[in-house]
Design a binder for this molecule. Sequence first.
Ligand SMILES: [Fe+2]
Length: 199
Amino acid sequence: MANLQLGRTQFGDPANSGRVLTEAEALQLLEDWVPNERLRLHMRQVGALLKTWALERENLPESEAHKWWLAGVLHDADWEKYPEEHCRRIIQELETRQIDPTVIRTIACHGPRHFGVEPESTMEKMIYVFDELSGFIHAAALIRPTRYEGMDVKSVLKKLKTPSFAAQVNRDEINDAIGRTNLSLEEVIDFILKYQIPA
Ligand SMILES: [Fe+2]
């Protein structure tokens, strides 16, 4: 396993505050960097959940919610082509493109154990919360004949307690992420079931 520690906790330049990629630019970056359609879907799912959370739960304006979306939609951009430089590469790219530092730091926070950057802001905590859990819920939906339709919190909790199901999803990481917020696991699962992009 490659050492993915970033070795720093500050990212971007505060002078670039408010500078973002447009939706079209971000999706183009995904097209260029991420050939795997499933991975692109995962990234769009995390982006959509973050944006909806920003709007619905944090009551943030559209311009702020766009930053949440951007961090989510780009967080794994370098995972497929540059696994040895995962996180580092996309951070470099966004720093070069002079993107808002809060977007870059949020991306750096999506795996504290891997990258060594502790989530501090709500945006940073929520990317960590949604990343593994939304992937897990998607895996659970894929094996159901009706997919997301009729899926409930209880069945997701049950699957989480079944170690053989989606064994690659780290339950400790899910619990660690939730534990850094004042949210319950049930509440977050409920939100994901409500707003996840189905496919
Ligand atoms: Fe991810």
